[in-house]
Design a protein around this ligand. Structure first.
Ligand code: ZN
Length: 485
């Protein structure tokens, strides 16, 4: 995780910028005036734990606070391929922080950001994230209805508790939150709006990749992580109350709920069948089909007994983690930097790539010549023609980078998250290429000298053969000087 801070001072009457200073230069984008459509409703998630962390809440309909015509999803997770900046951008904006409370905002934001990466798969993939804090100045401190309904405060993003009459549902003006995030951050994939409050609450606007949390509540980050499961992984709630006792809907789209029992799943090779029986450290184990989930107790199954999507302070289960990893890789290519595709490299050049570096097991790097993996070069970030055993002339070389972590079992996902580049690399056909690695370098001089001293054919380059004399040395020096042919 890298952190960037953007200072963005805004008046609450609109989004007028009175000062703008950024860690990196970013042009504020035009932001439409918020004008909520009166007839439209938005569905938000609200899930809050009790003293034991058991979640309740569910789905709530509240008036839409998105400007009509404004696209809902952010630029991330729309299936348009890897992002140019190659990071998942989590942007934290704060509401109800006055100019003199920016220090508090930064403390709150960084505390949440640091704690965000406490469960797998977020621990392993923390280097894939960039967290940007955008400082937004409100006229008044605190947010609406905190702690009780009827308390009104003049703030930049209109955050409020008791949203729709539900005490812990912490709402935000979606258009305003998005406006500040996009104006202040270099890229936006997920937005977290935090309220200057310690009152327990939160909400998730899945279709807007936006979540809310209290800035100073110890459980705030747990809610934020759970909401990320919804908004990033499109995961369903796995708790069993709040809806009809018997589930009567169709097969859920979410990766972590199914109508199928384990045996049906296995025989149909459907849903999380690849995970049945699995237990891997760091996750909620074992994976099977546990009845209850999606707010119903019967007729629907979840992958593990008590995961983060059922209770706070719990781990994710493996089918959920696999889905989250899939979504990380929609934004992040396994190749972080590399020369442009189809570039040609001459004799003696080296080709270097930079893979992403998750915590723990590194990504697998393979170099393929004529479609075959060069075993000697597996894992190498820099290669030359010699490392690849290239014969003479220009040849096509493909480098492929893949995440072989055992937390991905679906062949479809595995295939979707690898990336590759193809280059043309010239191999050397020089006479002085004594070790025949198709590169002319110091190792050839060493090989010649070794052969010369020990009386091997590699040191016997000139007539009379069988005699090791000045003529052999002259022949080698001449051939070496002539270079590749
Ligand atoms: Zn939830």
């Amino acid at each position: 995780m890298t952190k960037t801070t953007i200072l963005f001072l805004a008046g609450v009457a609109g989004l007028s910028v009175s000062a703008f200073a950024a860690a990196r230069s970013v042009e504020p984008r035009a932001t439409p005036e918020p004008a909520p459509h009166k007839n439209r409703m938005a569905v938000v998630h609200g899930c809050w734990g009790d003293a034991q962390g058991h979640l309740s809440g569910g789905m709530f309909e509240i008036p839409e606070t998105l400007t009509p015509g404004e696209p809902t999803g952010l630029d991330g997770f729309t299936g348009r391929g890897f992002d140019s900046d190659n990071r998942v951008d989590l942007v934290i904006v704060g509401d109800g922080y006055t100019a003199s409370e920016m220090g508090q905002f930064q403390l709150d934001a960084m505390s949440i950001a640091d704690d965000f990466f406490r469960y797998e798969p977020f621990i392993r993939y923390e280097p894939y994230f960039r967290v940007t804090t955008v400082e937004v100045v409100s006229n008044q401190s605190g947010v609406d209805n905190d702690p009780n309904p009827g308390i009104s405060r003049d703030t930049a993003m209109d955050m409020q508790y008791w949203c729709g009459g539900t005490e812990r549902l912490l709402c935000v003006n979606v258009s305003k939150a998005r406006g500040f995030a996009f104006a202040g951050a270099p890229d936006v994939d997920q937005i977290l709006a935090i309220a200057n409050s310690s009152k327990y609450g939160g909400a998730g606007y899945s279709s807007n990749d936006l979540g809310t949390a209290a800035g100073q509540n110890a459980s705030a980050v747990e809610i934020a992580i759970h909401e990320m499961g919804h908004s990033l992984g499109d995961l369903a709630d796995e708790y069993t109350y709040g809806g009809p006792t018997n589930y009567s809907g169709g097969e859920p789209n979410a990766a972590n709920l199914s109508l199928l029992t384990a045996s049906q799943m296995a025989s149909q090779e459907s849903k999380w069948h690849e995970w049945l029986g699995a237990s891997i450290a760091g996750f909620d184990n074992p994976v099977s089909t546990f009845e209850g989930g999606g707010y119903s107790a019967n007729g629907i199954y979840r992958p593990s007994n008590n995961s983060m999507m059922r209770s706070l302070s719990r781990r994710f289960n493996l089918p959920s983690a696999e889905k989250l990893i899939r979504e990380f890789y929609r934004e992040v290519s396994p190749i972080d930097a590399a020369p442009a595709n189809n570039l040609a490299f001459g004799i003696g050049d080296t080709v270097s790539i930079v893979p992403m570096r998750p915590n723990g097991q590194p990504l697998t790097i393979e170099w393929l010549v004529n479609g075959s993996v060069v075993q000697a070069a597996v894992g190498m970030e820099t290669v030359s023609a010699g490392d690849l055993g290239l014969s003479e002339g220009l040849q096509s070389v493909r480098v492929r980078v893949r995440d072989d972590i055992s937390w991905i079992r679906s062949p479809g996902i595995q295939a979707a998250i690898e990336d590759s580049r193809t280059y043309f690399v010239e191999g050397c056909g020089a006479y002085a290429d004594i070790n025949r690695d198709h590169v002319l370098d110091l190792s050839d001089i060493t090989a010649f000298v070794d052969g010369f001293i020990s009386g091997q054919p590699t040191g016997d380059l000139a007539a009379p053969f069988g005699v090791f004399d000045l003529a052999d040395i002259a022949a080698f020096v001449g051939a070496f000087s002539a270079g590749c042919i």
